[in-house]
Design a protein around this ligand. Structure first.
Ligand code: ZN
Length: 73
């Protein structure tokens, strides 16, 4: 493949930068000396597998389990 000639320049391609420590901080909340789990465990996969939080649903990335979050109001 030949790159070039298109309007999209190399600026559009940002290098992958990993934000350090974000994932664990989202899953756990440390209060005092106890650890609170923010995310729910997957009912299919069991403990240790958390449901990923999306806009209006929880999704298990392992088995594909989806739980819809209903809006309260
Ligand atoms: Zn699962």
């Amino acid at each position: 493949m030949v790159v070039g000639g298109k309007k999209k320049g190399p600026k559009d391609r940002k290098p992958k930068v990993r934000k350090p420590g974000k994932k664990l901080g989202e899953l756990y909340e440390i209060s005092g000396d106890s650890l609170k789990r923010k995310n729910r465990n997957c009912p299919k996969c069991g403990k240790g597998t958390f449901l990923g939080k999306h806009k209006n649903r929880l999704v298990c990335g392992k088995c594909g389990y989806v739980e819809i979050l209903e809006k309260k109001e």
